[in-house]
Design a protein around this ligand. Structure first.
Ligand code: NAG
Ligand code: NAG
Length: 211
């Protein structure tokens, strides 16, 4: 009786583990479907495998959970997908130096283990989602060289782990945050944003003027 219950519990746990692994593969397959890949660098992304851990450019931890996506400089275009927010163990999202268009999905704010978000030198537009302020493990946020608009969300100033922020070469507006991690970010990492007005003056609220 007890052994039977244990067996059932094990089967249930195994099924949950499998479902978890498959959902990460599904999320990556959704990304692949929304990208153009003229160099065929995602050919190893076989959705029929039990998990995505043997796919090129994907790294997993010992529990077969995806921790890195290394897709920098691979001539990819197309769009990011909200499903990326399901990769809850992801630490490094590297998509720099491609030609990715469209917006940054607000669901990326769900990646609570994310250390590095590198989207620099693409063709990403829209605003920086305020949900990125939920990334409490984030150290590197490099969004430079895109076509981002709107203000720098003040939610980012609440990420105490943040060491590197680069949003230069976009079309952001409003003022530059100066509190929290932003105390140590050089002004050059905000340059080439013609509508950005310089550091915010404490006490003078309303950073979104003309923005
Ligand atoms: C990069 O992608 C473009 C289309 O998006 C294609 O025309 C070009 O040949 C690709 N270059 C390489 C090196 O794959
Ligand atoms: C960037 O995207 C826009 C459309 O959103 C397109 O018109 C433009 O050609 C793209 N730039 C490059 C360098 O591909």
């Amino acid at each position: 009786m007890a052994a039977g219950a244990l067996g059932l519990a094990l089967v249930a746990a195994f099924a949950v583990a499998l479902a978890g692994a498959n959902s990460e593969g599904d999320a990556l397959s959704a990304l692949r479907r929304s990208l153009r890949d003229p160099g065929g660098v995602l050919q190893s992304w076989d959705p029929t495998l039990v998990n995505p851990c043997t796919w090129f450019h994907v790294t997993c931890d010992r529990d077969n959970r995806v921790t890195r996506l290394d897709l920098g400089n691979l001539n990819l275009s197309g769009h990011l997908v909200p499903e990326l927010g399901k990769l809850e163990h992801l630490q490094y999202l590297e998509l720099y130096k491609n030609n990715i268009e469209g917006t940054i999905p607000s669901e990326l704010g769900d990646l609570k283990n994310l250390i590095s978000l590198d989207l620099y030198k693409n063709n990403v537009s829209g605003t920086i989602p305020p949900t990125l302020g939920k990334l409490k493990s984030l150290v590197f946020l490099r969004l430079n060289g895109n076509r981002l608009t709107g203000p720098i969300p003040r939610e980012l100033a609440g990420i105490s782990s943040l060491k590197v922020v680069d949003v230069s070469g976009n079309n952001l507006c409003g003022t530059i945050p100066t509190t929290g991690p932003f105390e140590h970010i050089p002004l050059s990492n905000f340059e080439r944003n013609p509508r950005l007005e310089g550091p915010e003056l404490q006490g003078l609220a309303v950073y979104e003027t003309n923005c």
